[in-house]
Design a protein around this ligand. Sequence first.
Ligand code: MOS
Length: 732
Amino acid sequence: MNDVFRMDKAQPRLLDEMQQGVLGKPLDRSEGALKVSGLATYAAEVKLPGRVDGVLVRATITKGKVTGIDESSIAHLPGILGVFHGPKFLRNPAQGMADEAPSQPDTRVDYYGQPVALVVAESFEQARDGALNLKISYEAEEVSVDPLDEACHAPDNDGAVIKGEIDKVMTAADVAVDLTFTTAGHVAAAMEPHAAVAEWKGEHVILHGSLQMLRFNRNELADSLGIDPKYVRVLSPYVGGGFGSKLGVGAEAVAACLAAKELGRPVRVVMTRQNVFDAVLHRTQTVQRLRFAADKSGKLLAIGHDDLVTNLSDEGFAEPCSQASQFLYGAETLHFLQTVAQVHRTPTGSVRAPGEAVGMVPFEAAFDELAEKLDMDPVELRLKNIPDADPVDGLAYSARSLAESLREGAKQFGWDKRQAPRSRMEGEWYIGMGVASAARKNLLVPSAARVILRGDGAVVETDMTDIGTGSYTILGQIAAEMLGLPMEKVEVRLGDTDLPGASGSGGSFGANSAGSAVFLAAKKLREEVAGKLGCDVADLTLKDGIARGGNLEKPLSELIESEISAEGAIEGGKTSEEFLSSGFGAHFVEVAVHRWTGETRVRRMLGVFGMGRILNEKTARSQAVGGMIWGVGTALNEELSHDPRTGHLVSRDLANYHVPSHADIPGKMDVVFLEERDDQANPIQTKGIGELGISGAGAAILNAIHNACGVRVYDVPATPDKIVAGLEALEG
Ligand code: MOS
């Protein structure tokens, strides 16, 4: 690829001029039938002759080192083929976009449950038996696993944003709130556990994995194995959910490759659900201090959002809790300081909407408390504080539908019927409404794609993944719209590192990035078709396989002899330096809180979002609803618990870690998309969708709980015990 399009200035809205009429339509996912019929092959289902199974063995100390692995202890067991360990095995998963091997601590152990070896046997059961019986000796060190232990605190003073003197402003202000919240750790809990099947063909290794970002994963794997990336091919055509947990390669992939090489047979490693909890990056628990100062009219004078998150000391990730807090509202005085508690627990990493997902919960809940103190409507207070320019850097905003989302949501939800706290009851249930803003930063990641046009249809090729979000469908829709083809004439091939490298799925940037690459490739093909027809491309219309322009008309089947193909590639440019691009929206929630049990039932939710151009109304809605459901989990159920002695996860299966079930989710989950084009974001004017729905959703629930029963919960999730305690305190 030589010509990479740089996003240096707003581009014409070409997609709005296309005639096929498939873009934006609520089309079903094109690979849906394959998935529900079992024909879509997930990594663990790849059948290869001679394939054997490996099971990860995990550390039973918190910190220290492995001093011996006694392979003879399991040599007598049936089917055992080998025990694999050493410098390349002891590793944590790579963080998203690491693009190189994750830290390789050799025999060092950094957390309880860290993979230290792989036992391979003829069958999975035999391997599991071997893994359970393998004798390992350790040298253990005493270590703190408590994030509140100040000895392990590392403040990020360089990354802090501090303007003015917040303490002074808080003291002098008419109204101020200073609140501390805690939020629990979360796991992605994707339906498909992490899995890898590795096979070698000479110097080449093929990894069938469950991964989100193949272009990066290939380099991470090559670096881990100590070989050139040209010898590595990664295939992930179908991924059963990721939510960030599959951004980087993990122990299962590296171990499978090394064992397969040594044994000369394909090796499969599938994580158990408990492995996924123990040995995959999860979301940090947090402590967050929120400060708002305002004058009597509600105008903000100061915004403070400091946070404490956890990770191992050599991990290059810290949940950016105040990401949206820095641009959602404006004030002269700002204070954003992050501290990392370097504790020996399973490392933390990206889980859906890293930053906003847990950062906006206390931020928007504290803002609600400010509104109460000011005796102002919380929607009004938000509208009043929408800044003209980004308060930190002074950047202009690109398309921003925050005010419209709040107004439209209030209207559609019936916000005017909201009453004072604790004033509406139905039987034994307190009823209340809550609101919160939504924001999730919008990103563009370098991406390439190839589109091949034939007389009878087109093929889209990129290593982009579809992790259940709809990539197959939307990339097909973009190509179909641009090339004037019915959807069934466009084949989309994804999830193979032999294809042009795209962004992968992460940070909600997949549709923007890979979608733009497909668009740019198709745009080149339109120019070629116009040339063949003999008209100017500006006059070209493509619809249902017919090219028209300049009084000429010919079917593509006549214009194109065999095939023409083009590659499109994009990278960010000046617009990303000159504009702050973010998705914005508003959440409205109605809850019922039981007077005696403290149980919260979410009765209805409405999310109103400005997400740029909507490529597929159905997949976009599913993403938004999925995010809102995560908001329910964040506010009410989801909670990782750690053993205070070892730091080991205690809630490490789906029986003990509660994700919302169908019974927890109201039938009334409404989503409204506001018509929007983000001209500064990319040439298809889209914005990230996947993570906006979760951002702020949990706060709207907490705020509704307070409106219903008068209880504010600062230790999230708001489980019934905490609400009962709050009700008892209120009622004396
Ligand atoms: Mo996402 S948490 O970057 O998959």
